[in-house]
Write a protein that binds this ligand. Structure first.
Ligand code: PBG
Length: 325
């Protein structure tokens, strides 16, 4: 036999030498939930090992992240008060705005991205302003833009709109530019599907819609060309990074998005992906470390440049141990 693929699998040194996909801690982004109140560090029942922190406890979380060697976080806010206008989303003393000021003061070396959406802040749990039972696109854009601006004014390094309204990237780019934040990037949740994988997050953020569902704004998972349409629109509107979400069931989209754009591509391994691994590992049915490594490397093999995951700290540790790398 002349060609023997096994020759290149003969030793660990050789396997690592010819490895096609390399992973690096610098690509990881860790999502954190910040809640109004004080003295809070509470575990999220559907996301074992993940917590909600009040602003005064946030530095514990940031310290752990820095110790693990993760450099970037994505902040989600859980306000005490929700209303129809989502007024806490853009309040100067809202939970995210206070969290940003505190985080930038205590851990200025980390990179802070904020999720820009209204579902955590509206009394009805939808991602935009309502007109009757409908989510009203254009009036929502002003509120999203105001929210993004307030995050950047409070210190956000990057904003990430996840609402799926049409035209939101343009609206956010315009307000940031008008306020001299021309250098602040936008990571667009461009290819975001209406997905059952977000259920644990909605428990965590208390953001499940009070009626209906999100299918009139998030994408139908039967579609892939529609995802490319979203990418091209967001690129035209000024997006700097494109995100695909969820990750694991949508890696085909990562490959297609990379063919369609030269912008960097991120994928978000969402709460349901995390919860499934935790639950099965808790039962002893799978080995948590192997599955976490395998699913993360799959995203990088598909081509992501950045990877958002609740397992960021663990993955950084596995890289240190040489389990993946
Ligand atoms: C806000 C938002 C959601 C997620 C990120 N931003 C929830 C949703 O769209 O319902 C989900 C993240 C996760 O499941 O980990 N719109």
């Amino acid at each position: 036999m002349i060609k023997r693929p096994r020759r290149l699998r003969g030793s660990e040194n050789l396997r690592k030498m010819v490895r096609e996909t390399r992973v690096d801690k610098a690509s990881l982004i860790y999502p954190i939930f910040v809640k109004d109140g004080s003295g809070i560090k509470e575990e999220i029942p559907s996301m074992e090992g993940q917590y909600r922190y009040s602003v005064d406890r946030l530095s514990y979380a940031l310290e752990e992240i820095r110790e693990a060697g993760v450099r970037a976080v994505m902040l989600f806010g859980i306000p005490e008060h929700k209303d129809e206008q989502a007024s806490q989303a853009y309040a100067a003393d809202g939970v995210i705005q206070r969290a940003l000021r505190e985080a930038k003061r205590t851990f200025p070396e980390l990179y802070y991205i904020t999720d820009v959406c209204l579902c955590e802040y509206t009394s009805h749990g939808h991602c935009g302003m309502l007109c009757g039972q409908e989510v009203d696109n254009d009036p929502t854009l002003r509120v999203l833009a105001k929210t993004a601006l307030s995050h950047v004014q409070a210190g956000a390094d990057m904003v990430a709109p996840s609402d799926m309204m049409d035209g939101r990237v343009a609206a956010i780019r315009q307000i940031l530019d008008e306020n001299q934040f021309t250098g602040t990037p936008i990571m667009s949740y461009a290819v975001k599907y209406a997905s059952g994988f977000y259920a644990p997050f909605r428990d965590a953020a208390d953001s499940a819609p009070a009626f209906g569902n999100r299918r009139s704004y998030q994408m139908d998972y039967h579609n892939s060309r529609e995802g490319i349409k979203e990418v091209l629109l967001d690129e035209e509107e000024g997006a700097d990074i494109i995100m695909v979400k969820p990750a694991l069931s949508y890696l085909d989209m990562v490959v297609k998005v990379k063919e369609a754009t030269n912008l960097p591509v991120a994928a978000y391994s969402v709460s349901g992906e995390y919860a499934m691994i935790k639950a099965a590992a808790g039962k002893g049915w799978i080995d948590e470390r192997s599955i976490v490594c395998e699913t993360a490397v799959a995203a990088f093999r598909a081509g992501v440049h950045s990877y958002l995951t609740y397992y960021a700290k663990e993955l950084a540790g596995y890289m240190d141990e040489g389990l993946i790398g």
